[in-house]
Write a protein that binds this ligand. Structure first.
Ligand code: ATP
Length: 254
């Protein structure tokens, strides 16, 4: 993302924001309320078109990015609004995310050619492996509506991961979770380091400090700091921006 600016009416939500996520890196984007985090996430997903600036993915500029193009580009996202289908089993919800790996198109699947069956078996195995990794394989046959929120959250994450994206975009994964559940989600995220690039947009400092390799701090739509977690923690501009906010830092209270 380079030189991205977004205005809503007269309000500047993002101003000349540049950032990049290195291969295998977990990048955190934090900032106080109204800093522009959600807007930045929406730009990365193609929900919001920036007024100025460019998005580049693997050396190619993405002009007029639209959300439905992400999967083809190897980018997955998980939103705060989990978007699970309550009338589909957990396994089928996860399989929805696996589309990118289905090699057969519409016509072969319509005529039920054997390749389709092989594809489906491989995809189901992959989906079960991700559910297993997330510790929720035992609910594969259940319906999401009957499951507690933290489990639903894991299902949404599993759905994003089953396509084995090269870049995962996460919007506030800690929202609505208790601190023990945040620790668990943090462990899951740390296990993603090196496997894919992750951009994590999150208000919760604790999670960001624990799982991110690199952090970008926004305030009033501008980047006010960037660096490793320890540098960010010690940065006076960041402390000033968060002044008056209920900031939770490390588990040891630092
Ligand atoms: N669709 C919109 N129309 C008008 N103003 C908007 C819109 N979306 C965001 N804004 C404004 O842009 C600014 C940045 O908002 P944004 O939601 O990106 O911040 P945030 O860092 O995600 O905040 P929070 O932590 O509270 O979710 C805010 O002043 C917000 O009121």
């Amino acid at each position: 993302m380079s030189g991205v600016s977004v205005t809503f009416g007269g309000l500047v939500a993002l101003s000349d924001v540049s950032l990049s996520v290195a291969p295998g890196q977990v990048l955190g984007v934090i900032g106080p309320n109204g800093a522009g985090k959600t807007t930045l996430f929406n730009v990365a997903c193609g929900f919001v078109r920036p007024d100025t600036g460019t998005l580049t993915w693997r050396g190619e500029e993405l002009r007029k990015l639209r959300p439905h193009q992400l999967a083809r580009l190897g980018i997955a996202r998980s939103l705060q609004e989990l978007g699970l289908f309550d009338r589909m089993t957990v396994l089928n919800n996860v399989l929805v995310g696996a589309d990118r790996h289905a090699t057969t198109g519409f016509w072969p699947s319509l005529f039920g050619l054997p390749k389709r069956a092989r594809d489906e078996r491989a995809l189901t195995e992959r989906a079960m492996a991700v559910l297993e990794e997330f510790g929720i394989a035992e609910v594969a046959g259940r319906y999401p509506g009957s499951l507690p929120y933290p489990v639903r959250k894991r299902i949404a994450l599993a759905r994003a991961l089953v396509s084995e994206p090269d870049l995962l975009l996460l919007d506030e994964p800690a929202g609505g979770l208790s601190s023990a559940e945040i620790d668990e989600i943090g462990d899951l995220m740390r296990s993603l380091t090196g496997r894919m690039s992750v951009m994590l947009v999150e208000h919760h400092m604790d999670l960001v400090m624990n799982v991110c390799d690199h952090i970008v701090v926004l305030d009033f739509g501008k980047v006010i700091a960037r660096g490793a977690p320890d540098e960010i923690r010690a940065d006076p501009a960041v402390q000033a921006a968060y002044l008056g906010e209920d900031v939770v830092t490390g588990a040891d209270g630092r």
